[in-house]
Design a protein around this ligand. Structure first.
Ligand SMILES: *Cc1c(COP(=O)(O)O)cnc(C)c1O
Length: 401
């Protein structure tokens, strides 16, 4: 497929300057590979930040989207939408949840979750419903999700923040218990099972089970933000299944539609049946096109055994990096689950992203010091070997400099 692109030639673009963009434009992709407008090939170990679940141009997804586009893109949530209902059924079957609201992004999915928590609190007679959130959490860029996010840099300049959040250190059950003692307004705990933007942080599964118990004993909602760690990325459908808990609310987006914008807020347990008509909504949410893409994504994950693949190939990547970087001074830790992997270094390492790009590799650095890999779930063992063979020398060289 020879795509011909004329580059516009101007350095200043009229796109608002919200991203420090790398100087590359891509034209097309195939599986785990993506090609820039000059025809250079890159190994994609980022998936557009955990989005391209099935890699690029998966034939079944392409065909399903094209067929749906030929029938109908959009109707409205004023009517029943068959594809959306099928998707909700499937997500509930996989997650053990009871009902699903569809929006268009992770932030919107989390907005719905926060609104559910407040609505639940008011129904219980709590006047100022408050949600416990974690340090280093990332929940989105809208006002409420930014307020829930544990990153002062992201919040700076956007005050006043939305009230109704209390923050505790990630993994600190005692801190949650202490808040429970003195704050009678708490209605929910919101967390990522693996913190993505925060630096691929995970803690012992006893923490998540402890949160579940505290939520049960106080009749709070346990909300899992699965926007990054959900949809098979960790080797199970949802991160909370790694931890052996079932939350009352779980949110999805990124990988759900394998590249089309769709978010979901799933509710079960004591969060079931809270919203009625008029309480929440979205014009585009769960329209026939995006619901078809998400349904097809799930179908292909099942048909191609991509959960097992994510677990196996992810373990291989961690093992090979462990071998390649053994004893290298400056490597703090290699961690993650499945295809959600971080290598923490002892210093800021943002420049590795540009070095990777120049070497034909799409990798990422988050939280200043963590090299992050979020490859598509179709990543093969040979992709994994190639990734480590090509990235480990970059890391070594960087640390030796
Ligand atoms: C990316 C992300 C979000 C925000 O998703 P958007 O689609 O960018 O709004 C929320 N939570 C987590 C855990 C994320 O990784």
């Amino acid at each position: 497929m020879a795509a011909v692109f004329v580059f516009w030639g101007c350095l200043m673009s009229h796109v608002m300057n919200t991203y420090a963009r790398l100087p590359v434009t891509f034209s097309h992709g195939q599986g785990s590979r993506i090609f820039d407008c000059e025809g250079r090939e890159y190994l994609d170990a980022l998936s557009g930040i955990a989005v391209s679940t099935l890699g690029h141009a998966h034939p079944k997804l392409v065909a399903a989207i094209a067929a749906q586009a030929g029938r109908m893109l959009h109707t409205s949530n004023l009517y029943r939408i068959r594809e959306q209902e099928l998707l909700a059924d499937k997500l509930c079957e996989l997650s053990g949840m009871q009902e699903v609201f569809f929006g268009n992004s992770g932030a919107e999915a989390n907005e719905a979750a926060i609104k559910l928590a407040r609505f639940y609190g008011h129904k219980k007679g709590v006047e100022l419903p408050t949600v416990i959130v974690m340090e280093k959490a990332f929940h989105g860029r809208t006002m409420a999700t930014l307020s829930a996010t544990g990153n002062r840099k992201a919040q700076a300049g956007f005050e006043p923040l939305v009230s109704g959040f209390v923050r505790v250190p990630y993994g600190d059950l005692d801190a949650i218990k202490a808040v429970a003692e003195h704050n009678k307004n708490i209605v929910a705990v919101m967390l990522e099972i693996i913190q993505g933007e925060g630096g691929i942080h995970l803690v012992d599964s006893s923490f998540y089970r402890g949160v579940r118990e505290i939520c049960d004993s106080h009749e709070w909602l346990m909300i899992c933000d699965e926007v990054q760690c959900g949809m098979g990325r960790t080797g199970k459908w949802f991160g909370f299944q790694q931890a052996g808990v079932v939350p009352d609310v779980a949110t999805l987006a990124k990988g759900l539609g394998s590249g089309v914008p769709i978010g979901a807020c799933m509710a079960g347990g004591r969060a079931t049946g809270l919203f009625g008509p008029g309480n929440h909504g979205s014009t585009f949410g769960g329209n026939p096109l995006v619901s078809t893409a998400a349904l097809t994504t799930i179908q292909v994950i099942e048909e191609e055994g991509l959960l097992d693949n994510a677990a196996r190939v992810g373990a291989l990547i961690r093992q090979l990096f462990g071998e390649a970087l053994a004893g290298v001074k400056g490597v703090v830790e290699i961690r993650g689950h499945g295809l959600m992997i971080g290598i923490e270094l002892d210093r800021p390492c943002g420049e590795l992203v540009g070095k990777g790009l120049a070497a034909g590799l799409l990798i990422n650095v988050t939280a200043d010091t963590v090299v992050r890999f979020l490859p598509p779930l179709i990543f093969s063992e040979s992709d994994a070997r190639e990734l480590v063979e090509r990235v480990a020398p970059l890391i070594k060289e960087f640390l030796a400099a």
